[in-house]
Design a protein around this ligand. Structure first.
Ligand code: PGA
Length: 258
């Protein structure tokens, strides 16, 4: 089967809006309602859409998602389920609040909170135990890219961040070059495809051929309505993790419209 055909059969495209530390209560309801309205007519199963607001907005976004197929996600979680972890949020609570997904290992957290692969692995494991799907983020810095280390870095991050309980139905991988996030710079499509294919090859070793073909690998880093169309057509790109462009109805929804 040709690569693009394999994708159509096995991997439902996934679009995730990562709002980061943006929006307030009323805006979050309006933005979500606008997205819900826009996608109300979308062909069943043609795309899975997820919105990841800041923690305190989860209920408000959930309220706006009532009757919609759009899913709720969070931007991080703790690895443990309960305990004395001031300021942290557990996978079970996120599940309880209606989340289906949680982003883990975003480079902003890897950098600001010095999160290591082993922490990300523990968080992913905690999420899977709570029946929450981790979206495990991987990405090289500009320095690593310029010294030709991208593939080695990404494969090592994957090997060390993915828990043994991961499979294609409970885990998503996101490739997000650190230098592309919020910068307006995007790798050449051929380069993105090369990295995604290499992630899939590594998944074959870590999981197996069957799971590797079914695991969704999404791209993030300055994806928008101008480049989304081209990137989403790449054989091993199964969707997008969208930051800035997920903050208005028009910019988020037009990525798919294209
Ligand atoms: P961006 O962010 O789309 O604004 O580059 C993506 C992300 O950080 O997930």
């Amino acid at each position: 089967m040709k690569n693009t055909k394999i994708r159509e059969v096995y991997r439902q495209p996934l679009l995730v809006g990562n709002w980061k530390m943006n929006s307030l209560k009323r805006e979050s309801y309006a933005l979500t309602s606008g997205i819900v309205k826009y996608f109300a007519g979308i062909k069943e199963n043609s795309f899975e859409i997820v919105i990841c607001p800041p923690f305190p907005l989860l209920s408000e976004v959930k309220r706006a998602l009532i009757q919609s197929k759009i899913k709720l996600g969070a931007q991080d979680c703790h690895e443990a389920d309960f305990g004395a972890y001031t300021g942290d949020v557990s996978p079970s609570l996120l599940k309880n609040m209606g989340c289906k997904y949680v982003i883990v290992g975003h480079s902003e957290r890897r950098i600001a909170y010095k999160e290591k692969n082993m922490t990300i692995k523990a968080k992913s494991e905690g999420a899977i135990n709570a029946k929450l799907n981790p979206i495990i983020c991987l990405g090289e810095t500009l320095g690593q890219k310029e010294s030709g280390k991208t593939l080695n870095i990404i494969r090592a991050q994957l090997r060390e961040s993915i828990p043994s309980s991961a499979n294609s139905s409970n885990t998503v991988i996101a490739y997000e070059p650190v230098w592309a996030i919020g910068s307006g710079k995007v790798p050449r499509p051929a380069q993105i495809q090369k990295v995604h294919a290499s992630i899939r090859a590594e998944l074959k070793i870590l999981l197996n051929e069957f799971e590797a073909q079914r695991t969704r690998i999404i791209y993030g880093g300055s994806m928008n309505s101008n480049n989304g169309d081209e990137l989403l057509q790449l054989a091993d790109v199964d969707g997008g993790l969208i930051g800035s462009a997920s903050l208005t109805v028009k910019s988020f929804c037009s990525i798919i419209k294209n």
